[in-house]
Write a protein that binds this ligand. Structure first.
Ligand SMILES: [Cu+2]
Length: 240
């Protein structure tokens, strides 16, 4: 009886392990005659101005420069900075190389505000301020972190094995917030200050392209990449 039950458990574990590696697995390799996808992510309608944040704690460090809200940064032409554009359904393409991903806590802000990296990356979380921060990640697929980082603890390392969009806050300074985004394939990019983006070395084919922005949510569209050519794709995100 015991033997049989153990055998069943072993079979179930083996099946789960197989699922974990086969579902959503990405295969990287050489891309012959790949194309590009480029475009812009724009805001529909008038752009709100970033609001100054009142520093209420550790003013001698956090108050040395002006801190503004970063949840919706819009350029002069309506382009949205820090939106993330990615292919959602690609299983084969350029290699997914391990990334050096670092989050700095500097002047009581997260730099960068949105940090992208491939799943499996170990992120370095630096405290450059010489005061107490407390990193808190709101993840469900990866183990959440809620850890005090006193001034003598310069770096915390945390590994993110599962693809996930993760909100990050500091429990010591209520205005500090940012995002970790662990991707399941290497076709992802953050928009620049004008909302522009470009993905390169995309194998020819039909894909679903997603634009995500922390405040406006996400939109998808179909895109066809020609061999060695350029596909254009632009997004308009509506205010909520
Ligand atoms: Cu902090």
């Amino acid at each position: 009886m015991f033997r049989t039950r153990l055998g069943a458990v072993a079979a179930a574990v083996a099946a789960m392990a197989w699922c974990a590696t086969s579902a959503g697995a990405y295969e990287g390799g050489a891309v012959a005659n790949g194309g590009t996808i480029s475009g812009e992510v724009k805001l529909q309608g008038a752009a709100p101005a970033a609001k100054p944040i009142e520093v209420t704690k550790d003013k001698e460090v956090c108050g040395q420069h002006e801190i503004k809200t970063e949840d919706l940064l819009v350029g002069a032409n309506g382009g949205i900075e820090n939106a993330v554009v990615s292919i959602t359904n690609i299983t084969k393409g350029k290699p997914m190389s391990p990334a050096d991903a670092t989050l700095d806590q500097k002047g009581c802000q997260y730099l960068p505000h949105v940090l992208l990296f491939p799943a499996g990356t170990t992120v370095k979380i630096n405290n450059d301020d010489g005061i107490l921060h407390n990193i808190h990640t709101y993840s469900t697929k990866n183990a959440p972190i809620n850890m005090a980082q006193p001034k003598f603890k310069k770096t915390i390392e945390a590994k993110f094995d599962q693809p996930e969009v993760i909100k990050v806050t500091c429990d010591a300074h209520g205005w500090m917030n940012g995002w970790f985004i662990a991707e399941d394939n290497p076709y992802y990019v953050k928009t620049d200050a004008n909302g522009s983006f470009k993905l390169t070395d995309v194998p020819a084919g039909d894909y679903e392209l997603k634009a995500w922005q922390e405040k406006l949510g996400e939109k998808t569209q179909k895109v066809t990449v020609p061999a060695g050519g350029e596909a254009k794709a632009s997004f308009e995100l509506a205010p909520k």
